[in-house]
Every structure is written in structure tokens, then in C-alpha cells.
Design a protein around this ligand. Structure first.
Ligand SMILES: NC(=O)c1ccc[n+]([C@@H]2O[C@H](COP(=O)([O-])OP(=O)(O)OC[C@H]3O[C@@H](n4cnc5c(N)ncnc54)[C@H](O)[C@@H]3O)[C@@H](O)[C@H]2O)c1
Length: 548
């Protein structure tokens, strides 16, 4: 069941926009306050007056549960629906939650009759509204998506929400990355977007010719794109490389430069990458360095690449001593994310990508974390039919992209420590990958255990509460990801591998630690004995302590 729940303060336009939206989407509309008024035969103001706020909130909770059982509706909720965690659980289980956001001054101007609003029956209703808005803002921020409504008409807001709830190749969900910069670029997200990819590339990048980098197994997606580009008059050369982390090397990069020269690519051309994170990192690195930089387009084909590596412009190849040790910051010109491309992705790679999604939730956004728990409960990863439902994945993928875009805008070059938060689980995860020579374990699997070790470390250092460590461990296990270090790797080998971590400050590693679910910080001067102890807790032969 997929309702569209609109949340927001009084005056945010939930009822007006909701009615427009219902028409646009051809869905029925229900206003929760009207539902309560009709079922009680009295006004909300009178209910508040007669029974007080707690009794009203209980009626609201019951009404929400009733509405949740209807077939999909656009639901305008009351402003205070977010105060009860039980309401969040119902809304998450049965639909998407969109926050219509407005500045307090806009809210005030929109509220024509404050006397109809029981909460504003105070001496200074304007100040009361501002205080309520400030207090509820952190709750509203937990929505699946936020649509700003200041200076927009209800029609415009309804169109914006439609793109969130039902994006199409013609009207995709769009996230602008680095919006204030000359090298800003859009990430377009929609099921079946691949059918429009050639037009989008032509419009945005206007390349004179294209080199299209992919794997042989992805020709089912890449070959039609090549044909479509050629039809638009853009000469396009397909280049295929084998799969696997090992191609993320200087050797392959050198081979690709030769291919680009052979294909006649210069700075008026573009490199289009149809592939996962390996190809995105490799292709991006080649695009950053070939002829001092050419434009490139990411069309990510793994969950991991869609939620993470295709956005943000970190491009790199590995050295035998460690991952991503040679690289650059080179932002793509365009990113096209189509969850339909994941229909051919093997199950193990779904779990792998989900690890990065859990990372976003754990480190940056409690609302996303809770959304991912609901997805796990509902079998989103377990059942093939659920995995192959692009509509179920579009918004959670877009949430990750939005979070990444925020962080990248704040700290494009990873200087302030803000971007480092995306590396929760990665200090240990990268060490595992290096110790295993990038074989046997996938990136997300290594990150999964890395997150648990780093949560244990946080607990040892008194930063991460024990329930957070447990919740993380349970979620990772439920997502079918490893929770213990690989058998064949010793703790000393992992500590040695961490010596080359790029986040190091001097002799000791810096590690991202969780303060709560959704809140993390980068901590320097990590004592080696604490790190050793955290690793010990996740060794497979000691099942009684820590990770299970
Ligand atoms: N640049 C960044 O910000 C960043 C962030 C996270 C991870 N990474 C990097 O990403 C890499 C891992 O990426 P990955 O997990 O996507 O691995 P990957 O690119 O190797 O792809 C995984 C496998 O799936 C196959 N595949 C890809 N798409 C498919 C599809 N749609 N259908 C069928 N098969 C498909 C590939 O051929 C490959 O065998 C690592 O090198 C990691 O360091 C980079």
C-alpha cells in the first residue's frame, strides 16, 4: 500500500496542495482533520476545547490507523501528527511521507484565521507559531522527502510533490549537486529513465562524440544507449572492460586512454559510464586526467553506485597498498539513475548496496534509518519481486543521493570533516578489503562489518550508546550482510592496513563514530588499544562478546 502522506506545520498548505495532488495523480484525497470532524460530528477547535490536546492526539492516532487501511490516498495530516512515534510507524509502513516546508513568516501569512487554530489561542499567536515550528522542525525533517513551499503556488508545490511520489522519465525526481557552483549538475532519478538517457545527455552535455564505457554483461543496457546516441547524430564508441575491483588500476586506465585516442575523443567529447562503482571510479578517473579533463556522465547500474559512488565526484584507482590511493575530484556533468537497471543485478549486490544505504541512515538521517528498517521488515531485499519493483526503491535511493548532495555541497573536497561522515564504517572496511586483496568480499560487505567495529569502538570510547550498537548489528544481520571479520585476516594485519587510510591524522587513525542513529562525528586521536579491542569483539572465534 502506498499512501502519500503530507506532513507539515499549520499553514504549510497540506489540505490545498493535497487536493490538487489528488487530482494530478488521479487518487482519492482525505484530510485527517476533516475525517476526525466527520467521525465525531464536531470541529477540531471544539474537541480541543472540550477534551484537551492529549485526548485529541489519541483521536488523531486512531483516525490515522483507519485511513492507513484504505486503498492508496493522498492524505493531508494534522500538523501535530509527527509528535507520536506510533504515527510515524503507521505512515512508514503504508506510504511515503513528504514534508511541505515553509518559513514561519510564510506560515503566518497563510493562516488567515488564527482563531480557528486551537494551538494559537495565546497572547501572541505569531510567536507561538514560530515556537511550534522550531520545536517540530527536527521531527518533520525525518520525512522521506522535503518540498519547500515558500514563494510557490499550490499548483507548483503539487507538481513538485508529484515528481517525488511518481517520477517519470519525462518528469524525473531531480537533485541538484553543488547548486551554487559553476560545475553544478543534476542527478535525475526515475524508473525507465534509461529510455530517455540519450536525449538527456545530448541536451545537457552536447558532446560531439561519446566513448561509452561498460562491461560485456551490461550490453543489454549500454548497446541501446549507443544506438540512441548514434540516432541523435552523436558518434559513439563502445568500450568494454572485465568486471571486478582489479580493473580499478592504473594499468586499465592507461589502456582506456589509448581507446579514447583511437575513438577520436577530445574535450568536446564525453565519456559515458554504464556500470557499477568500479567502472564509475575508473571511468571518472580517466575522464579527470585524459586531456586534463573531459566531461563524463554516470549511469550507475548497481545499488551501491546509485546511492553513493556515482554522485560527488570522487574518482580513483587502487594501488597494491590500498584502495583509491590515486585519484581526483572530478564532478560528472550529469548522473542518470534508473532503478529499472537493477533488475539484472545479482542478489548479493543488492545486499552490498544496502550496506551503504544503512550507512547513510546510521550516520546522517534517523528518518532514513527507520525507513530502511521498514523495508527490511517488509522483505524488500529478500524477495526478488520486491527487489524488482523500481517504484519501491526510487525514493529511498533518491534520499541517499540527496543526503550525499548536501554533504558534498558543504565539503566538496573533504576538507572540513563533514564529508568524512560518509565514511562511517570505511576505515575498518577499507582495511578489510586491502587485507583480502579486494577478493572474496564485496565493498558493502566489508563496510557492513566496518560499521559494527566502529560502533563497538564508539561504545568503548563512551560515544556510542549500547542500544545503537545493537540496533546496527541487528539491521546488518537482517540485511543478510556479514557481522564478523573475515576468518583469514588477523587484527594486526587490519591495523597495519589502516596505516594507509586517507583520514589519518599523524600516527593514529581518525574514525567516524556514532553518537546516535542518524548522528555521527569524526573523531581524531583514536587510541590503538581501543581500536584493537573493537576489532577483537568482532573476531569470528569469540562469539560471546560483541558482534553476533
Ligand atoms: N567514488 C565513491 O564515492 C565511491 C563510493 C562508494 C564505493 N566506491 C567504489 O565502488 C566500488 C564498488 O562498486 P560496486 O559495488 O558497484 O561494484 P562493481 O562496479 O564491481 O559492480 C558489481 C558487479 O555487478 C556487475 N553489475 C553491475 N551492474 C549490474 C547490473 N545492472 N546487472 C548485472 N550485473 C551488474 C558488475 O559487472 C560487477 O561484476 C568500489 O571500488 C568502491 O571503492 C566509490
Amino acid at each position: 500500500m502506498r499512501h502519500l502522506y503530507l506532513i507539515g506545520n499549520m499553514g504549510s498548505g497540506k489540505s490545498t496542495v493535497g487536493a490538487h495532488l489528488a487530482q494530478l495523480l488521479g487518487m482519492p484525497f482525505v484530510d485527517l482533520d476533516t475525517w476526525i470532524e466527520q467521525s465525531t460530528g464536531t470541529t477540531i477547535a471544539a474537541l480541543f476545547e472540550r477534551e484537551g490536546e492529549p485526548a485529541f492526539r489519541e483521536r488523531e492516532r486512531v483516525a490515522l490507523q483507519q485511513v492507513a487501511q484504505l486503498p492508496p490516498h493522498v492524505v493531508a495530516t494534522g500538523g501535530g501528527v509527527v509528535l507520536n512515534p506510533a504515527n510515524w510507524a503507521v505512515m512508514r509502513r503504508t506510504g511515503w511521507i513528504v514534508y511541505l516546508r515553509a518559513e514561519p513568516e510564510t506560515l503566518w501569512q497563510r493562516i488567515q484565521a488564527p482563531t480557528d487554530r486551537p494551538l494559537l489561542h495565546t497572547e501572541n499567536p505569531r510567536d507561538t507559531l514560530r515556537a511550534i515550528a522550531a520545536a517540530r522542525e527536527p521531527l518533520y525533517q525525518q520525512a522521506d522527502w522535503i518540498v519547500p513551499t515558500d514563494n510557490r503556488t499550490p499548483d507548483e508545490v503539487a507538481e513538485a510533490v508529484k515528481r517525488v511520489y511518481a517520477p517519470t522519465p519525462e518528469q524525473p525526481l531531480t537533485v541538484e549537486v553543488l547548486p551554487a557552483q559553476p560545475h553544478s549538475y543534476p542527478v535525475l532519478i526515475a524508473p525507465n529513465l534509461h529510455t530517455y538517457a540519450a536525449e538527456r545527455i545530448a541536451e545537457r552535455v552536447r558532446p560531439t562524440c561519446v566513448a561509452l564505457l561498460t562491461h560485456t554483461r551490461l550490453l543489454c543496457w549500454a548497446a541501446p544507449l549507443r544506438d540512441a546516441l548514434q540516432t541523435l547524430g552523436i558518434p559513439t564508441q563502445l568500450i568494454t572492460v572485465p568486471s571486478g575491483e582489479r580493473v580499478k588500476s592504473l594499468r586499465t586506465a592507461q589502456r582506456l586512454y589509448t581507446h579514447l585516442l583511437d575513438a577520436g575523443i577530445d574535450r568536446t567529447g564525453a565519456l559515458v559510464v554504464v556500470g557499477g562503482g568500479v567502472l564509475g571510479d575508473l571511468g571518472g578517473y580517466v575522464a579527470a586526467t585524459y586531456m586534463r579533463g573531459i566531461p563524463y556522465v554516470q549511469i550507475p547500474t548497481t545499488l551501491l553506485a546509485q546511492v553513493d559512488s556515482s554522485v560527488g565526484g570522487k574518482v580513483a584507482v587502487d594501488l597494491p597498498r590500498g584502495k583509491n590511493l590515486v585519484g581526483a575530484f572530478h564532478q560528472p556533468a550529469l548522473v542518470l539513475i534508473d532503478p529499472t537497471l537493477l533488475s539484472t543485478l545479482p542478489a548479493r549486490h543488492w545486499h552490498n548496496g544496502f550496506a551503504e544505504m544503512l550507512k547513510y541512515g546510521a550516520a546522517l538521517h534517523e528518518g532514513l534509518w527507520n525507513r530502511l528498517q521498514v523495508m527490511l521488515e517488509q522483505g524488500a531485499l529478500r524477495r526478488r519481486v520486491e527487489r524488482n519493483n523500481p517504484h519501491a526503491w526510487t525514493l529511498p535511493i533518491a534520499q541517499c543521493v540527496r543526503l550525499k548532495a548536501h554533504v558534498v555541497a558543504e565539503d566538496e573536497r573533504d576538507l572540513s570533516g563533514r564529508r568524512a561522515l560518509l565514511n562511517f564504517g570505511h576505515t575498518v572496511g577499507h582495511a578489510i578489503e586491502t587485507a583480502l586483496s579486494y577478493r572474496h568480499w564485496l565493498h558493502g560487505e566489508a563496510i557492513a562489518v566496518g560499521m559494527i567495529v566502529e560502533a563497538e569502538l564508539g561504545q568503548i570510547l563512551g560515544i556510542t550508546p549500547a542500544p545503537v550498537v545493537n540496533a546496527l548489528r541487528e539491521a546488518i544481520a537482517r540485511a543478510g550482510l556479514p557481522t564478523r571479520l573475515p576468518q583469514e585476516v588477523s587484527i594486526e594485519t587490519l591495523l597495519e592496513a589502516m596505516r594507509y587510510d586517507k583520514k589519518r591524522a599523524g600516527d593514529t587513525p581518525r574514525v567516524v563514530l556514532l553518537e546516535a542513529l542518524g548522528t555521527a562525528r569524526l573523531v581524531s586521536n583514536i587510541p590503538l588499544n581501543a581500536l584493537r579491542e573493537a576489532l577483537k569483539r568482532c573476531v569470528p572465534s569469540e562469539p560471546s562478546v560483541g558482534c553476533s
